[in-house]
Design a protein around this ligand. Structure first.
Ligand SMILES: Cc1cc2nc3c(=O)[nH]c(=O)nc-3n(C[C@H](O)[C@H](O)[C@H](O)COP(=O)(O)OP(=O)(O)OC[C@H]3O[C@@H](n4cnc5c(N)ncnc54)[C@H](O)[C@@H]3O)c2cc1C
Length: 600
């Protein structure tokens, strides 16, 4: 193709991909214009690529786009395009409340009794999330052993593509001023940096409230270098023994299309070719186990042939507990997702979301159609005040009706929430079945470690100060005491845990009783335990994991910036420089990359 024509095609693709989340076109309309994105049922039964990336999520999309610059890459995503139920911030809770099989959010309930969600859509969690964008701290980058210069250039690449400075509405501005009044200082203004104090961070929602997602990175792909398959559920990674190599070598994957037809994709056999797992915190350890890499007895219990006994697969899984309080407002409050964050020195982070949409869909029409109440919908099963056995469909129906009868003004206000650093408490992921579409069993062990509880208590105390501050006075009823605000929130249907209504006034009990997720779960394929410093899986070859499952702790206040950066960094400089500089220079610039650079 002539360079001029190639760049026009790239521009058209870029324009369409740029609009992926902006316009409510049907999937057929969109696919017609996205030549490198196809449905899995249209894929050949056998194909060959240099890189096979499993999971078109927050890490997988930037990774595939970057790799495609010099190689042929296949990106396999089990979900569809991010165009329905999630394009505008007004729909934040709609996708989460959609529990259908076609939902972009696959709901799961951890063994702890907390309702959670994982992405099932091209763009992954960035299509569902609250959009807040913040880099990891300098200390985090140092501890991870990453090259700070490369980290910064990769963050900048991400930020150029899809990060915006938010328009801060009065409720968020009041939260910022209240945090400063409560002592969460200094005022760091607008910044992406993770530093103690109060700041306004970035967002992936533009100023029209439209969401930009990791799928937007695909506009940077070399069109001839990338194929994306939707509705392609990978069931296992293929390994073989290779002469002279002591470990099993990954050489392909098997995926099923929606009709149940099995397809095989093989690596092309070039020295640098690899399978890369980017299926997220639940998906990556799950797929390793389904492929025979995991704890031996657990795999045997599921009849899986053990290839490598790797007891750490699925371990060290953690979720930062979120506790929130709803503050009813005497004045109307506009919708805002997370924009302001208070980073306390004691390891709790305070954020806020406002607007009645969190309790109830925006328009009457949507309300009638959706018949749900967003995140706190009893119809999604979150009847926290009833013991699990009493959560019958009839009970759900009664609770839904009761919510429907509530005056809309009951939903006017905002949530102030706190998330804790770390956390220190962690759990594990285990298979429930060998079906790759089914959720594994996940245990997070919230607040098992006292340090986590202490951080939460400190966060709750900071929220109390915010509610009582002068700066926040316009958004609180003068006659509402802090105690009454917290005790009302303690009755919200936020999880499936039994309540201790009388005790909920102690901050400790409030933390435990009202624990929710902030969806920053991570671990299961941690660096040093399951993958090495270059993200290669121990005990096998030609297989890496690059996503949130590799984190020991969640980076920054919120992780997506670092997940996207990770998708870019590991191959960015290497894939460029391999072509233009000598092999001697590479290890100096990027000491943690494999050398000799067989993988690039
Ligand atoms: C509701 C919500 C709110 C959040 N708010 C914020 C926020 O405001 N700011 C922030 O920084 N972070 C936020 N997060 C967290 C952030 O979005 C996640 O940490 C991040 O998206 C994780 O990225 P990942 O690449 O590890 O996984 P994902 O983005 O989930 O990608 C994994 C992909 O793999 C696919 N997959 C899984 N298994 C298979 C398989 N077998 N075959 C094929 N494909 C498969 C999935 O469909 C998915 O697309 C939020 C998350 C959620 C859910």
């Amino acid at each position: 193709m002539a360079p001029g024509l190639a760049s026009s095609v790239a521009l058209v693709l870029a324009a369409f991909l740029g609009c992926l989340c902006l316009v409510a076109l049907s999937e057929d309309d969109l696919l017609e214009n996205l030549r490198f994105v196809r449905r899995a049922q249209d894929a050949p039964l056998v194909s060959h690529y240099n890189y096979i990336v499993i999971g078109g999520g927050t890490a997988g999309c930037p990774l595939a786009a970057t790799l495609s610059e010099h190689s042929r890459v296949l990106l396999l995503e089990r979900g569809g395009l991010p165009y329905r139920n999630m394009s505008n911030q007004q729909h934040f809770t709609d996708a989460l409340a959609d529990t259908s099989l076609a939902s972009p959010a696959q709901r799961f309930i951890s063994e702890d009794g907390v309702v959670n969600a994982r992405a099932r859509v091209l763009g992954g969690g960035s299509c569902l999330n609250a959009g807040f964008y913040t880099r990891a701290s300098t200390q985090y980058v140092q501890a991870a052993g990453w090259d700070a210069r490369l980290v910064n250039s990769s963050y900048r690449w991400v930020e150029r593509a899809l990060v915006f400075r938010p328009d801060v509405p009065p409720w968020q501005a009041a939260l910022r001023d209240a945090l400063l009044e409560a002592g969460v200082t200094p005022d760091n203004g607008f910044t992406f940096d993770h530093v103690p104090g109060t700041k306004i961070g970035g967002t992936i929602f533009d100023n029209n409230g439209e969401r930009h997602t990791a799928a937007d990175f695909l506009r940077h792909a070399r069109p001839g270098g990338l194929t994306v398959l939707l509705y392609a559920t990978v069931s296992r990674i293929l390994f073989r023994q290779q002469e002279g190599v002591p470990y099993p070598v990954a050489y392909g994957v098997v995926f099923a299309d929606p009709l149940g037809v099995q397809h095989r994709v093989y690596l092309r056999d070039g020295a640098k070719d690899e399978v890369i797992l980017s299926a997220g915190t639940l998906g990556s350890p799950q797929l390793l186990m389904l492929s025979g890499v995991g704890p031996q007895t657990h795999l045997e219990a599921h009849g899986i042939q053990v290839l490598v006994d790797q007891p750490m697969v699925g371990q060290g899984v953690a979720d930062n507990p979120m506790n929130s309080v709803f503050i009813p407002s005497p004045v109307p409050v506009g919708l805002s997702l997370v924009q302001v964050v208070g980073i306390t020195k004691s390891g709790s982070f305070i954020e806020g979301v406002s607007g009645s949409e969190f309790g109830i869909p925006v328009s009457e029409g949507a309300r009638r159609l959706a018949r749900n109440f967003g995140m706190f919908s009893p119809q999604t099963g979150q009847l926290g005040t009833l013991p699990p056995r009493q959560r019958t469909p009839e009970a759900l129906q009664r609770a839904a009706e009761a919510m429907r009868r509530l005056d809309r003004r009951a939903f006017r206000g905002g949530f102030i929430l706190e998330k804790i650093l770390g956390p220190v408490s962690s759990g594990h992921i285990e298979l429930r079945s060998v079906d790759p579409r089914a959720n594994p069993a996940v245990t997070f062990n919230y607040f098992q470690d006292k340090e986590d509880l202490d951080r939460c208590v400190h966060g709750i105390e900071t929220i109390e100060k915010v509610i009582q501050s002068r700066a926040f006075a316009n958004f609180t009823y003068a006659n509402a005491s802090v105690e009454s605000i917290f005790s009302d929130s303690a009755n919200f249907p936020v999880n499936l845990l039994p309540r201790h209504v009388n005790d909920s006034r102690t901050p400790q009990q409030y933390c435990k009783d009202t624990v929710m997720t902030i969806w920053h779960y991570h671990g299961g394929c941690q660096v040093g335990a399951v993958v090495d410093d270059d993200y290669r899986v121990f005990g096998v070859q030609r297989l890496r994991v690059i996503d949130s499952s590799t984190f020991k702790y969640s980076p920054g206040t919120n992780p997506q910036a670092t997940v996207m950066m990770l998708g870019r960094i590991l191959h960015e400089v290497a894939s460029h420089l391999c072509h233009i500089i000598s092999n001697e220079l590479l290890p100096v610039l990027f000491p943690k990359l494999p050398y000799p650079p067989h993988a690039f």
